[in-house]
Design a binder for this molecule. Structure first.
Ligand SMILES: [Zn+2]
Length: 233
């Protein structure tokens, strides 16, 4: 095989390893970000549940104060009953007492609803907290692995990049440029194998004269359709 072709294949091999390592880095970073975002979201949910409970506690206090004040009024009216002189005034007081009792029942019901809601919020919050703690420790565990993996992949990339520089420098500039251009434009393989007389890149059948030239192994031959550099095993 043409010596430059061998170098190009080796170069491409280095490049695919760089791509692989870069993809791995991207994937790890994506996973880490996803886990981080999940933790942030859950923390926000927990904080919001805590706020709900605090607000509900304030509301409950207010309702208790209201109930106490109504009870005070009822007590006062009950004492006034003994001092009234007219029937009308007596009746009016009884109505006031009755209204007070109804109002108190109404507020007590509201209190009950609040307490039930709190119980649910509290339970949900506890579950969320447990879930958060599990995810957090899972993240800490994974983070160590992720980071060592990132380091390895990063080192691999820089090592391979220096290898590719050396390899590129061994090739004539026009061929190196050609390789770089095809790789950039085709987003990947620039050197492809011919199989059953078809280009391994675009899969079109190749004209006989190209196959013949390829067999001679003298020059670099490109696909007449996709312009990728061809080789045959
Ligand atoms: Zn082709």
């Amino acid at each position: 095989m043409n010596e430059q072709l061998i170098k190009l294949i080796e170069l491409q091999d280095i490049d695919s390893k760089i791509d692989e390592a870069n993809n791995n880095i991207e994937k790890i970073n994506g996973e880490m970000n996803f886990l981080r975002e999940t933790l942030v979201k859950e923390k926000e949910q927990i904080e919001s549940a805590k706020k709900d409970i605090t607000n509900s506690n304030i509301l409950k206090k207010e309702k208790e104060v209201e109930i106490a004040s109504i009870e005070e009024k009822i007590k006062k009216h009950n004492m006034e009953l003994n001092a009234v002189k007219t029937n009308d005034a007596y009746k009016a007081l009884l109505t006031e007492i009755e209204n007070g009792k109804n109002e108190k029942l109404k507020i007590e019901d509201e209190l009950l609803v609040l307490m039930e809601a709190d119980e649910k919020t509290y339970k949900d919050m506890k579950n969320l907290q447990k879930e958060y703690e599990n995810k957090e420790s899972e993240f800490v565990e994974k983070k160590a692995l992720f980071e060592s993996d990132l380091k390895k992949s990063g080192e691999l990339v820089s090592q391979r990049i220096s290898e590719r520089k050396t390899k590129l420098a061994e090739l004539p500039k026009n061929i190196a440029d050609k390789y770089e251009n095809i790789r950039k434009n085709k987003n990947g393989a620039a050197v492809v194998m011919v199989e059953d007389n078809a280009c391994g890149g675009c899969h079109r059948n190749l004209p006989i004269h190209i196959i013949d030239e390829l067999k001679k192994g003298k020059d670099l031959i490109t696909c007449n359709n996709c312009m990728r550099i061809l080789y045959q095993k």
